[in-house]
Design a protein around this ligand. Sequence first.
Ligand code: UT7
Length: 349
Amino acid sequence: MLRSKIAGIGMYVPENIFTNNDLLKYMDTSDEWIQERTGIKERHFASRTGETTTTMGVEAAKIAIERAGITAQDIDFIVFATLSPDYYFPGCGVLLQRAMKMKEIGALDVRNQCSGFVYALSVGDQFIKTGMYKNILVIGAEKHSFGLDFSTRGRNISVIFGDGAGAVVLQPTEKENQGILSTHLHSDGESAEILAMYNPGTHANYWVKEKLADFDNAEVGEMFMSHAMVEKAQNFPFMDGPAVFKKAIVKIPEAVMEALHANNYQPSDIDLLIPHQANLRISQVVQQQLGLRNDQVHNNIQKYGNTTAASIPIALCEAWEQGKVKEGNLVCLAAFGSGFTWASALLKW
Ligand code: UT7
């Protein structure tokens, strides 16, 4: 049976490094609080000019394409996952197609936040399996730094996130025991509002009022975008961190176990788990629940923060570059985030 394999992988993070202490200029926080609660020491932020979600995706894609031994002209489909697109529309996929001078191929944007890359990988996998495409570029990229509230009011969110991009090239393989063995995708929209950016949007407060009784934006939701939104700082993401945390530590292990069961494996068979880098404490609880050793889990949130759709491909790329992922290894990717959505992918490298 035709399967997809990762034929090339690349990552890109901007040059600018922001340490926890650098954030003290803008808000009341501390290096100690951030490290203790999240594990994060620093993150990379895009340059103020010329660096966008798409351009970061391009840099990661160039490396993935080169490592796959092909050129941008050989790519026959793009799947771009991001929650921080250059434009509200069109999506980053077409901007990347233009920037990389690719053929007039299909370009699809995936909006699944922290699960975005695993969802995008799953979409690419289906097109390879049916034989429709032979070289699919899957990207996860984010430029959070332009859309966060860096005042003390927004500190529970803004200290977590960082910018960056990761990309893979998917190709078909007929080798037995190689490639993506399965992907599993899930959602539960019941808690959509507890990790969300409401504005700009067309909700007219319909959902927000029902779900968050104390959310003071009655007049703000009447327009897609308004001065009042900006005045009330309601153009930033909202997150009930502890509620997200509690759900993540249940759903990530569930998604891993689902992937293992579907392929007759158990946690001890995993060579490397790449959990979405949301919070080091989440990864540690997941590791503990699955009974995994330290060398079976790759974390790098300490250096990059939470890069949402980019976190898994960045961590996978880094692990591969460090020789932690070798041919024949069983690798599991697992994500959870806004939506809620969660997902896993199990692959033999
Ligand atoms: O990737 C997308 C999915 N997102 C996640 O998975 C995030 C999951 N949630 C988390 O990672 C954690 O909930 C956070 C890191 C966001 C917050 O950590 P926490 O341990 O849950 O803290 P908390 O929200 O319960 O806040 C504890 C205290 C509060 O003060 P009081 O009310 O106890 O006086 C906050 O105001 O910490 C305060 N606080 C801060 N203090 C210093 C919140 N943010 C900060 C900050 N610096 N940056």
